[in-house]
Design a binder for this molecule. Structure first.
Ligand SMILES: [Zn+2]
Length: 419
């Protein structure tokens, strides 16, 4: 049935089952998806039900064809409705810039063990890879992304400052990875770091294993300050991954380890190295599924180390610079919404937090996808009112204003939109 045009649609979303996801109802992605009402298996005709024995990794909200969202009332694919009514629903400016689809993709991730150590290639490399191997690289677009913590969230994100890395590489077990330091004399540079990372990624299984064993045999006191987390995290990673996995050494020796509290957020630029370790997050990215993996995954799934290192960016180069701080926004009338403004044109993220009975009026401007992650509210759009409850996901057309009044448990809601 062709869905009539409307200012908003409730969506049915799907949840994928990558093995790193949290199991059964421990997974926030699964819990929210089960309330959506979500879909299972082949499409929107089957309601989503949690199987306690299975991992649930990512709920996707939007129009990406691998795991699209459907309109709850009719079961029609949201993309088909956007194709028929692109100007009315997306707005002229979005259609001119990005075509007949949403330029962003929000997801809920529930992570039990680390995702692959990865980067998302810039536009130039993405379009080259897409030309050469369209089945592995399905998009010609870049994929900057943000990750906002919904529970405590741990990640490797960007590189530590050079002096911290050179200090740790001077410890005996790691000296053979310090070639990048010697080539460039006393001063360790980003180009030296590139060589160091490549030498770890290209080292033999035996070298990685021996180095990791030596790392674990060092006393905890060898790691201080920025590196104090290393002994404990090393034992956890040893439980989940082969000791020959080079991701462990790249992560522990060279990368920032960040622990975010709920409501804190990191930004990953194109070509930025990262690996999410544990926790539940809302992630939003430019519409793309391209990734180069290099660790925390079986050897067969790793991309070429040289290519990976050739595009690496060295921003952020410090723990503090990974953080994307929220600010005030004119999109909110009552000031109960914070904006996580990204440097990309594709999307920003709004966080609306209301206590019992509190109001907010939001005017995202461009097309939006919103999800309530806690509580509920009555929402007015034009002359219609609907109830937004935990787990509900909506598409909202461009130019539509939302007036919210939270119910007894308050409301926590996230809205991804294009300016
Ligand atoms: Zn990523």
């Amino acid at each position: 049935m062709a869905t009539p045009i409307a200012p908003y649609y409730q969506l049915k979303c799907g949840c994928n089952q990558y093995p790193w996801g949290k199991k059964g109802s421990q997974s926030l992605a699964a819990q929210l998806c089960a309330k959506t009402p979500g879909w299972d298996g082949d499409g929107p005709q089957t309601d989503f039900q949690i199987d306690e024995g299975k991992p649930y990794a990512e709920m996707w909200m939007g129009t990406y064809p691998t795991l699209p969202s459907y309109v709850a009332s009719t079961g029609e694919n949201l993309q088909d409705i956007l194709d028929r009514n692109s100007k009315e629903l997306l707005g002229d400016r979005v259609v001119t810039k990005f075509g007949h689809t949403l330029p962003f993709l929000p997801k809920i991730l529930s992570i039990a063990k680390a995702l692959p150590l990865q980067l998302h290639p810039n536009k130039k490399l993405a379009s080259q890879l897409h030309r050469e191997d369209p089945s592995a690289f399905t998009d010609s677009n870049h994929k900057p992304e943000i990750a906002l913590a919904l529970t405590e969230f741990e990640a490797f994100c960007g590189f530590k400052p050079l002096d911290s890395i050179s200090a740790i590489l001077k410890l005996a077990p790691f000296e053979h990875f310090s070639a990048g330091m010697n080539t460039y004399g006393q001063r360790f540079t980003d180009e030296g770091l590139r060589k160091t990372v490549q030498s770890i990624l290209e080292a033999s299984d035996e070298t990685i294993k021996r180095t990791f064993e030596s790392l674990r045999s060092l006393p905890d006191s060898a790691f201080t300050g920025r590196d104090a987390h290393i002994p404990q995290l090393a034992s956890r990673l040893a439980r989940d991954f082969s000791p020959t996995d080079p991701g462990i050494l790249v992560g522990l020796l060279t990368m920032n380890y960040v622990v975010l509290e709920p409501g804190e957020c990191i930004y990953i630029p194109a070509d930025g190295i990262h690996a999410y370790i544990a926790g539940d997050i809302i992630e939003c990215m430019a519409r793309s599924n391209n990734v180069l993996n290099t660790g925390f995954c079986p050897k067969a799934e790793r991309n070429n180390a040289k290519q990976f290192c050739s595009v690496l960016t060295f921003e952020p180069h410090d723990k503090e610079k990974c953080i994307l701080k929220p600010g005030k926004t004119q999109r909110s009338k009552e000031g109960r919404t914070r904006m996580f403004e990204t440097p990309t044109r594709e999307f920003n993220l709004l966080e609306t937090a209301l206590g019992a009975g509190e109001d907010e009026t939001l005017d995202p401007g461009g097309p939006a996808i919103l999800i309530a992650t806690k509580g509920s509210a009555m929402v007015q759009v034009n002359n219609e009112v609907f109830k937004l409850s935990e787990g509900h996901v909506y598409f909202v057309a461009h130019g539509i204003q939302l007036s919210l009044k939270a119910e007894a448990l308050g409301l926590l809601m996230y809205t991804a939109y294009t300016e």
